[in-house]
Ligand binder design. Structure first.
Ligand code: AMP
Length: 586
């Protein structure tokens, strides 16, 4: 009904896909069978993500296989084998133990894509502590919010980030015991330590303590529309989803070379940029540099990448630049391309066929789900513009909220509603840290409500429609308007602020703010630039608004809440919809 289909490209059949018959695999699927493909800690001591991702391979014939192929932005490279990754992560786990960091304590990392970040993530999991990545393009305010709400005890970072973004916040972070600097030759103070020195001094032998599958492993912050960021907690049992989606969606085979372009500051960069490929004992390419189309083509060719996971914003950049990677580079090793994070327009799927020699497979998930939930599987016909079908073990539906406790499942195809998942999959988030009430509200009538609007067609493919709330997706990154509005209001000239996502052909949505000024302040281009600069300094480039408009008054509902929906409709010339709740003064 909505679609035209692309037939499978013969290139992608070079290896027999792990999931050949969707319906049969879905029908026969069981999580215990997936668990049986993992090893578990010796002597029945439980299930630990890092054991499955690293030690199990380091103690096997894969020990000398490259686990992480790191490409530095300045041309340096480092190949870390599974055996080396085991000893490095053991050292990091021993450092944490030596500093008194226990099970459940939070270890934050604020760094670019450098080897230490990957070692710290896996070493933290070995110590049964909780790894919490922070996006390095965040400014001091989002970093403070996340470290403070996440009860960070340790921060791993660089000297530059520490001095730019954290040093002046130390007094407000009393729980932060130690900062580990990846580039300090020696300790700078009792609580400001050199990671290289600690790594040299630490033992490379470590026994992973007993790990209950329900022990918390990862803390990922995601944005809300009404409050500060929410800390989604994930447990070690999530490894079942990471493994299963690596097998069926990514279609990992032995000797694959995988490249996930996401930053580990976001959930994709952790679940798939670190964990999933290592679980399958393959080589994980990590590029330190930011997007650069020519460099990316070179990496795909030179590293012989066979499975590539990227995002619509990057694909649209290639399209806009008129670059056709397969024409100028030997991409003969590339077997499958996947995309996630925002809607993948049908033209991009088709562009993949022409410019990459392969179609692009869209998949859908979110921070709370911990892993891919809906996908266009390699062996399945792709419907361009669709997110695909639910993973084996995942029940998805389109529902409509009836009241606070009930939803109705919409069975009819093609009808828009909220995308819902049946709770209970292993990587489902277990809580929002310190915010149980908000967590509970996500579950209604036996379903987890995702906050996304979607449709399902008669063959069970899901089609993304939009967000049910005001969350902004810019360059694939989630931004909560509340966080931006709060920061703008901290400026002495600003009385009120309303923030929306303005559609943008390249980055999906652009963060746009509307502000009303306090008496005595007059709109001007200088003030606009000052506000943009103020927000960039505090929030960082990933979050700050790119456009600011002045308004004498912002539309509010009768409860005094700024109506972002109306701001957006007016900005875009859309119908204004139901205005019955608009405050009289407007
Ligand atoms: P995050 O929690 O930051 O990973 O963002 C999750 C949100 O990104 C989802 O709830 C969707 O709104 C959006 N999203 C993720 N994948 C897709 C996709 N394939 N198509 C459309 N939107 C997506």
């Amino acid at each position: 009904m909505f679609w035209t289909s692309i037939q499978k490209h013969p290139e992608s059949m070079k290896k027999v896909p792990n999931l050949l018959d969707y319906d049969a695999t879905y029908a026969d699927f069981s999580w215990p069978a997936i668990r049986a493909e993992l090893q578990g800690l010796p002597e029945n001591r439980g299930l630990n993500i890092a054991h499955e991702a690293v030690d199990r391979h380091a103690d096997s014939p894969l020990r000398d296989h490259v686990a992480v192929q790191w490409l530095g932005s300045e041309g340096a490279t480092r190949a870390i084998t599974y055996a080396e990754l085991k000893s490095q992560t053991n050292r990091f786990a021993n450092i944490l133990q030596g500093l008194g960091i226990d099970k459940g304590d939070t270890v934050c990392a604020l760094a670019g894509r450098i080897p230490e970040l990957y070692i710290a993530a896996l070493g933290t999991l070995k110590n049964t502590s909780v790894f919490c990545p922070l996006f390095s393009a965040f400014g001091p305010e989002p970093i403070f919010q996340r470290m403070s709400r996440g009860d960070a005890k340790i921060l791993l970072t660089t000297e530059r980030y520490y001095h730019q973004k954290v040093h002046h916040l130390r007094d407000k972070l009393p729980r932060l015991g130690h900062v580990l600097l990846v580039d300090a030759g020696d300790h700078l103070a009792d609580d400001l330590l050199s990671l290289p020195r600690l790594m040299t001094e630490a033992s490379d032998a470590f026994v992973i303590p007993p790990t209950d599958p329900e022990d918390v492993a990862l803390l990922h912050f995601t944005s809300g529309t009404t409050g500060m960021p929410k800390g989604a907690l994930h447990v070690h049992n999530a490894v079942l989803t990471h493994y299963m989606t690596g097998k069926y969606v990514m279609d990992f085979h032995p000797d694959d070379v995988f490249w996930c372009t996401a930053d580990p500051g976001w959930v994709t960069g952790t679940s798939y940029g670190i964990i999933a490929p290592l679980l399958h004992g393959i080589t994980n390419v990590v590029d330190e540099a930011d997007f650069d189309a020519v460099r990316w083509c070179r990496i795909l060719a030179e590293q012989r990448v066979s499975v590539w996971y990227t995002a619509p914003t990057a694909i649209r950049r290639f399209m806009r630049m008129g670059i056709e990677p397969a024409r100028e580079n030997d991409l003969g090793h590339l077997r499958v391309i996947h995309s996630v994070g925002e809607p993948l327009n049908p033209e991009a799927v088709v562009w993949g066929e022409k410019a990459m020699g392969l179609p692009i497979h869209d998949n859908w998930w979110q921070t709370e789900t911990g892993g891919i939930m809906i996908a266009n599987f390699p062996a399945m016909e792709i419907r361009p513009g669709s997110m695909g079908r639910p993973l084996p073990g995942i029940e998805a539906a389109i529902v409509q909220r009836v009241d606070n406790d009930t939803v109705e499942v919409i069975e009819a195809p093609g009808v828009q509603g909220e995308l819902a998942l049946r709770p209970g999959w292993p990587s489902m988030f277990r809580d929002y840290l310190h915010d149980e009430e908000r967590y509970r509200k996500c579950f209604v009538g036996g379903w987890y409500l995702t906050g996304d609007l979607a449709k399902r067609d008669e063959d069970g493919y899901f089609w993304f429609v939009g967000r049910a709330d005001d969350i902004i997706k810019t360059s694939g990154h989630m931004v909560g308007p509340f966080e931006v509005e709060s920061m703008l209001m901290a400026h002495p000239a600003v009385a009120e602020a309303g923030v929306i996502g303005k559609p943008d052909p390249l980055i999906g949505e652009m963060v746009k703010a509307f502000v009303a000024l306090k008496p005595g302040f007059v709109p001007s281009d200088e003030l606009r630039l000052e506000l943009i600069g103020f927000a960039r300094k505090k929030l960082g480039s990933a979050v700050a608004p790119k456009e600011i408009d002045f308004k004498s008054n912002l539309p509010k509902n009768k409860a005094g809440k700024i109506m972002r929906r109306l701001l957006k409709a007016r900005e875009l010339g859309w119908p204004e919809g139901d205005l019955s709740t608009l405050e009289d003064s407007e």
